[in-house]
Design a protein around this ligand. Structure first.
Ligand code: ATP
Ligand code: MG
Length: 140
């Protein structure tokens, strides 16, 4: 499998509980490398733009509210099959359905406060990396 890059976020529910290091360690232990990372407090406009694909969904308001409620760590991860690998280590969207040992099973509170985001395909990974990082901020 090829070396890929994916976009990851440690969401406000997790940064508020001081889980930045614990979650990053789980990503690193799974073989992913953090090649860009910064802490941002998203504006409403940034959160709405990032999650625009969900704007018609009933949970959109709650999603934007959660994402603007505290700091988020935005990251670029690199590794063999990084997009799928990150989705696997994250676990299912609803932590009640997530496998043992995944980030969401271990740390998430609910489907709305599910601690992490990860790109779901090569196209979204490229778009999401570009949304948050310039080329010079990514140091592989
Ligand atoms: P993410 O895109 O954050 O990595 P995901 O790909 O597993 O998560 P999506 O279907 O893309 O899930 O939903 C985006 C986010 O919206 C979820 O991570 C979750 O925080 C929130 N969300 C999804 N469904 C619900 C719901 N039914 N109620 C509340 N929030 C939801
Ligand atoms: Mg998604």
């Amino acid at each position: 499998m090829a070396i890929e890059r994916t976009f990851s976020m440690i969401k406000p529910d997790a940064t508020k509980r001081n889980l930045t290091g614990a979650i990053t360690k789980m990503l690193e232990d799974a073989g992913l490398r953090v090649i860009a990372s910064k802490r941002v407090w998203m504006s409403k406009r940034e959160a709405e733009g990032f999650y625009a694909v969900h704007k018609e969904r009933p949970f959109f308001g709650e999603l934007v509210e959660g994402m603007t409620s505290g700091p988020t760590i935005v990251q670029v991860l690199e590794g063999e099959g990084a997009i799928l690998k990150n989705r696997e280590i994250m676990g299912a969207t609803n932590p009640a359905n997530a496998d043992e040992g995944t980030i969401r099973k271990t740390h998430a509170l609910s489907i709305g406060e599910n601690s992490v985001h990860g790109s779901d395909a090569p196209e979204t990974a490229a778009q999401e990396i570009k949304y948050w990082f310039s080329d010079t901020e990514i140091v592989g």
